[in-house]
Write a protein that binds this ligand. Structure first.
Ligand code: SF4
Ligand code: SF4
Length: 266
């Protein structure tokens, strides 16, 4: 495992076109799946590799090369059955690559080398075959599954000391670690504990009977903007040499609500 290279490093290697593809796949996975992002050296397949995985199961692997993005998705037996049932929705090239790829004992290793966005929709469909999306956004577009204050995450691995430091660093918030605990924005338990029990965005969304702010004609209103989290670029600009891509991904990406909702609206 290596430290995550920053977006500028990845962009300079991939070039503009392949970086847009990387960004699109990376954001699609981040917006839909609760996955760990594990970076490593790419060996003979590329300079860097990022694996999107959970409990040692890999959803997809991206290889970063000069002006080219490599995408690997492995289909087991069930996934191959699903692909066969849906094969009409895939373009001819993807169907041909699928047919030409051998099946090994651990599955069919589909390898796609991308330099334009021609296969992006097919790749998203392949990811949907691999796994159903398992992220539900908060009403303002935060992501509880990524948030270290979320009770299930605390039970799994308590990182509240680190989170308190990150909230101080990025938002100048002084919240003691022992006060950090949240059952999540959408928890329906009447005794649910939340970091922000009086969130005005949550009340507004519930009163309007909508799913989240992206469905509102007033989006992004002032109330929303008061709860807007920092995007990667904003955090990098504010922190300058103190910015650390990995700590942003691990602790702050959960609150990048405007980028997420803007993507939903595209
Ligand atoms: S603090 Fe916000 S993002 Fe974190 S678990 Fe609570 S509602 Fe979800
Ligand atoms: S008015 Fe603002 S806070 Fe309320 S739902 Fe619309 S965008 Fe969200």
């Amino acid at each position: 495992m290596i430290q995550e290279p920053g977006r500028e490093v990845i962009k300079s290697m991939l070039g503009n076109d392949a970086f847009l593809l990387y960004d699109e796949i990376y954001n699609y996975i981040s917006d839909n799946y609760n996955m760990d992002k594990v970076w490593d050296n790419g060996g003979k397949y590329g300079k860097y590799v990022i694996r999107f995985q959970k409990s040692k199961k890999t959803l997809c692997t991206l290889y970063i090369r000069d002006n080219q993005l490599g995408v690997w998705i492995i289909f087991g037996r069930d996934e191959r059955d699903k692909f066969d049932k849906k094969r009409d929705i895939f373009c001819e090239d993807i169907a041909n690559i699928y047919d030409a790829t051998e099946v090994y004992h651990d599955g069919k290793w589909l390898m796609l080398d991308l330099s334009n966005d021609y296969y992006i929709d097919d790749i998203k469909q392949m990811l949907l075959i691999k796994k159903k999306p398992n992220i539900k956004l908060t009403m303002c577009g935060y992501c509880c599954e990524m948030c270290k204050a979320y009770a299930p995450n605390i039970r799994k691995n308590d990182e509240r000391n680190e989170l308190a430091n990150m909230w101080k660093k990025y938002y100048n918030l002084d919240i003691p670690p022992e006060s950090i605990y949240c059952d999540g924005c959408r928890c329906t338990n009447k005794n649910a504990r939340r970091v922000d029990n009086n969130c005005p965005v949550r009340v507004c969304v519930m009163n309007k009977g909508i799913e989240d702010c992206s469905e509102c004609v007033s989006y992004p209103c002032n109330t929303f903007m008061e709860r807007k989290g920092l995007s990667y670029e904003e955090a990098e600009n504010e922190q300058k040499e103190l910015f650390n891509p990995k700590e942003y991904q691990d602790y702050m990406l959960a609150y990048d609500n405007k980028s997420r909702l803007d993507r939903k609206l595209k």
